[in-house]
Design a protein around this ligand. Structure first.
Ligand code: MG
Length: 301
């Protein structure tokens, strides 16, 4: 199941994305029961009891309606916001989680022995099709990183690898946009990873039950149609369950937390000479079973 946060004529709502279009949860539920039980924001919906079960019941009801086509909003009418437009805390990002990427960023010495995590500010998040600011005033080395992202569904601490999948709400795509010059200059990654618009996310979340194994998904990044990154998450150094286990040792993970799982080889910095982004460039990241996240780099206003 695909769940999205979308806007239509200034209304922002949570919906299910299906082939026929989008079902606006509260609007459709109101037609069925006269109630609007879903929270306005997906991050809050995730915490609601029986959220997914209720949606499944709603879809089943829709299936039985003689006029069911009328219940769907055509996909081309809506704008996809990031599924969680404003995370409640920084986005967790795994660094150097593919061997070939660790090597392209330095050498074999850079292959980590332990999970390496940095974060991005919540203000970095934008949705599918949103512009990525070029930030010419602060960087000349803007780079892309296509990544699978995990959305946490349940509060937990000390989560074991075996339990980890019970704590996952679903998966989405994240472009870990990075200002390489700032990343290098300030030593800690935070500034270079946290410029506004540097976490395009979406277009939707695919729920946990629809992705049997997140550690075996094809991932591709294209810039202006040219393939730059092509790999599979089976090449993770630290698989999803290990990342969750390590992060939750002594730190509480909460519903709606986002974990970007790292990027494969083929980032702009990895080329000789480097191939950084400029205004007008289009970046498309596709992850098997999820879809394609598309964004364009735009000039600063
Ligand atoms: Mg990254």
């Amino acid at each position: 199941m695909k769940i999205a946060t979308v806007s239509l004529e200034d209304n922002v709502f949570v919906g299910v994305v299906e082939e026929m279009g989008i079902l606006a949860l509260n609007d459709v539920e109101e037609k069925r029961t006269g109630r609007r039980p879903y929270a306005e924001e997906l991050i809050t919906c995730i915490e609601q009891d029986n959220f997914l079960e209720n949606i499944k019941n709603l879809i089943q009801w829709v299936e039985g309606q003689p006029n069911k086509a009328d219940l769907y909003i055509p996909i081309e009418k809506v704008t996809f916001l990031a599924p969680i437009p404003r995370p409640s805390k920084n986005i967790f990002c795994v660094g150097k989680n593919y061997v070939e990427h660790a090597i392209e960023m330095g050498s074999k010495e850079d292959i980590p022995e332990h999970v390496m995590v940095f974060t991005k500010a919540p203000t970095t998040v934008v949705g599918h099709m949103a512009g990525i600011l070029e930030h010419r005033e602060v960087t000349t080395q803007l780079d892309y990183e296509g990544e699978l992202a995990v959305i946490i569904g349940k509060r937990g601490k000390g989560i074991t690898k075996e339990e980890a999948f019970d704590y996952i709400f679903g998966y989405t795509i994240l472009n870990d946009i990075t200002a390489r010059d700032l990343q290098k200059k300030h030593k800690q990654f935070f500034i270079g990873k946290s410029l506004d618009t540097s976490a395009p996310t979406g277009p939707w979340i695919v729920t946990n039950d629809s992705i049997p194994n997140p550690n075996e998904l094809n991932i591709t990044t294209k810039v202006n149609g040219e393939i730059r990154q092509q790999s599979n998450t089976k090449h993770f150094i630290f698989p999803v369950e290990e990342v969750i286990s390590v992060l939750s040792k002594g730190m509480t993970l909460e519903p709606g937390d986002i974990i970007a799982t790292g990027t494969p080889a083929g980032v702009g910095k990895g080329f000789n000479p480097p191939r950084f982004l400029k205004a007008g460039d289009t970046i498309e990241i596709s992850v098997e079973g999820i879809g394609t996240l598309l964004n364009k780099v735009v000039k600063d206003q």
